[in-house]
Design a binder for this molecule. Structure first.
Ligand SMILES: [Zn+2]
Length: 366
């Protein structure tokens, strides 16, 4: 327990068996943008017993509020997106071969030969690839256009698959030593953390948790969620790529990394969509230092989070993002460290208990 008298007592959330089980359930669920039903059901089940108000809005965001107690409570919005990248079936061809489009940013070179799950029934399919025996040397140098690929479902599915159905990579959640490997760690890690923070909400603030839809296709759910909540400040909680592998070229240093595994939560100062509010950068870094939580600054560059639209909502909302770094984002399998997840959760809690009305009334130093 900290000695700062302003800090409201609230139990620090920890990662244990039930948190792993929840993250596993969330990662194995499918929720490609615009069809977040499965993750939404899990979220609702978890938040209904602890939240004071729960609403599902017209786009499918889950908006859960837990009120604090006492005077002058700051309204703090936390956002984590429920959706994941994936595919949409667009056309049926003979032999149950299906044409598809990508939903969200996926490198088409990642697709041939991958197992996928299609529709709400998780029907098993595979993205076909021409065997190497049949390809010419010239073909092997080129990437294969998505419109020439098909999801092969086989005869057993009958006509269960229709245009509009979503598909995801079939990767299953697994803990391997200090690491978690799964699809959709972006952003089921964030969803899992928001659920924990609602369960351990400190009393000094009103906690407004937005489990958003359609982040991967343009931050669409967060825009309406922020409008509805009309918060005083916001934190987007996400997972960001760790490009931290050693270099195998003749360069002696990887200068492109934006975060590294094992170095703790990634605090954003700027990304392509948002410049973080300086007061919130200070809140997070001070909280980390006071609680001895490791952290890193996410290096500016590509990508963005729900904060990209939240900060521009209504008359402007001071915003920042915090992410768990994970390798191989937007591919069939991501890899993150349990410690980075645990430390991100600790940091968010440490920051929330330090939020006071003075934080935002103070001089803007940004
Ligand atoms: Zn994300």
């Amino acid at each position: 327990m900290t000695e700062n008298p302003k800090i409201t007592a609230s139990k620090v959330p920890e990662i244990g068996k039930s948190q792993f089980e929840l993250l596993e359930k969330l990662c194995n669920a499918t929720a490609v943008s615009g069809d977040e039903h499965e993750v939404r059901q899990i979220v609702l089940e978890e938040v209904k017993p602890v939240a004071d108000e729960v609403e599902v809005d017209a786009l499918g965001n889950v908006l859960a509020t837990r009120f604090g107690h006492g005077e002058n409570r700051v309204r703090v919005m936390l956002a984590a997106h429920m959706d994941e990248i994936g595919f949409m079936i667009v056309k049926k061809h003979d032999d149950n071969l299906f044409q598809f489009e990508r939903i969200g940013g996926i490198d088409e070179r990642q697709l041939p030969g991958k197992a996928v799950l299609v529709g709400r029934e998780h029907l098993s399919g595979v993205i076909g690839a021409k065997p190497i025996h049949m390809t010419t040397p010239d073909e092997r140098k080129k990437k294969i256009a998505v419109d020439s690929l098909r999801i092969d479902m086989g005869p057993e599915i009958g006509d269960k698959v229709k245009p509009g159905d979503r598909a995801t990579f079939a990767t299953r959640f697994k803990v391997v030593g200090p690491s978690i490997r799964a699809k959709a760690l972006d952003d089921r890690l964030g969803v899992a953390m928001l659920i924990e923070l609602l369960k351990h909400a400190p009393g000094n603030i009103d906690l407004l948790a937005a489990f958003t839809v359609q982040e991967e296709v343009g931050l669409r759910g967060a825009r309406v969620a922020a409008y509805r909540f009309n918060p005083d400040m916001a934190i987007a909680v996400d997972s960001t790529p760790a490009y931290d592998l050693p270099h195998w070229d003749d360069e002696d240093q990887n200068v492109q990394y934006n975060t590294r595994l094992d170095e703790g939560p990634a605090i954003y100062v700027m990304d392509r969509a948002t410049i973080a509010d300086r007061r919130l950068v200070t809140l997070l870094t001070d909280s980390a230092q006071e609680e001895d939580i490791p952290f890193q600054f996410r290096q500016p560059g590509g990508g963005g989070t729900d904060a990209g639209v939240i900060h521009k909502t209504r008359a402007g909302i001071p915003s920042i993002s915090v992410s768990v770094p994970s390798r191989y984002a937007h591919t069939a399998i991501g890899l993150a460290r349990i410690d980075d997840w645990a430390n991100t959760l600790r940091l968010l809690h440490a920051a929330l208990i330090r939020v006071t009305p003075d934080l935002l009334a103070g001089e803007r130093r940004g």
